[in-house]
Design a binder for this molecule. Structure first.
Ligand code: IPE
Ligand code: IPE
Ligand code: MG
Length: 267
């Protein structure tokens, strides 16, 4: 699989700057800025969400071609229900429509799709499409695409704590057996390696309740680009920046190399 050539404004092929041996296995993305992008263009916010879908398709391909194994995206948070019902309903319909139209292609590309979050409040039609998409692709091992919907990091942690409390009160486990590994096994992301890299678009510098446990030691890359304008080039910039980081995990190591933004080839 190859990345193809992705040029910056000075005609440098960005893909040549990627160290294939240091590609993150798991990338998480907070796809933010859809509404602002649409508003800037004088369009309803919903146009931004539609445009965001085509960007997501490109980024799934780019991350897979790069050699990543897992991509986890934040599509709808537990807090997003506070938006006007017209926007919420639009998003719910969009999820169904996109899944219906794209699932064959996702399957053909040997990608497994999984949904992370509490699906209970969603309409039956969406729940059915989610369930059939997950079972259709469940044996695809090349690439895992996680979509976080009605997902909240705090809710996930509370749920895990409740499950462990129940297991403890029924005598299945002892309180002294609760450790990070056991806790992790109760999370919705059980079995998954933590993301090495978190990308958030639109310049916002917060987690907004996303993967609070899993992002404990992830490298964070904030892009000022609004999600509907994000592309393979911006994605590679994030990867190159990630590769320049010195991941110390609390230890001591040599000084980090210059970041992508400081380097001469930045456009
Ligand atoms: C992200 O874009 C998509 C969702 C949260 C569903 P926003 O809709 O948050 O766009 P902005 O941040 O208001 O521009
Ligand atoms: C985070 O974006 C949620 C998703 C991208 C799905 P928000 O736009 O909802 O986050 P805040 O409100 O800026 O924190
Ligand atoms: Mg937002």
């Amino acid at each position: 699989m190859s990345l193809g050539e992705i040029f910056d404004k000075k005609n440098n092929d960005l893909s040549k700057r990627i160290d294939k041996k240091k590609v993150p296995e798991h990338v998480a993305i907070i796809m933010d800025g859809n509404g602002r992008w649409a508003t800037k263009k004088g369009l309803p916010r919903t146009y931004g969400h539609k445009q965001g879908v085509s960007v997501l398709k490109k980024i799934i391909k780019a991350s897979k071609n790069l050699g990543c194994k897992v991509l986890t995206v934040y599509a709808f948070s537990t807090e997003n229900w506070t938006r006007p019902s017209k926007e919420v309903n639009f998003l719910i319909n969009l999820f169904s429509e996109v899944l219906r139209n794209q699932i064959e292609e996702i399957h053909e590309e040997a990608t497994r799709i999984k949904f992370i979050g509490d699906l209970t409040p969603f309409p039956e039609t969406l729940k059915k499409i989610i369930s059939s998409s997950e079972s259709l692709t469940k044996n695809n091992n090349d690439f895992l695409f996680n979509v976080c919907v009605n997902y909240g990091g705090r809710q996930e942690i509370v749920k895990a704590a409740r499950e462990l409390a129940l297991k403890s009160s029924s005598g299945e486990i002892k309180p002294s057996e609760v450790n990070e590994e056991l806790f992790n096994s109760e999370l919705l992301t059980r079995g998954l390696k933590d993301p090495e890299l978190l990308i958030r678009t639109s310049g916002e510098k917060r987690l907004s309740n996303f993967l609070l446990w899993q992002l404990a030691y992830s490298e964070i890359y904030i892009s000022d680009v609004l999600w509907p304008e994000f592309n393979e080039y911006e994605f590679l910039k994030a990867i190159i920046d990630y590769q320049s980081r010195n991941r110390r995990f609390g230890g001591i190591e040599s000084l980090p190399k210059e970041s992508f933004e400081d380097s001469q080839c930045s456009s």
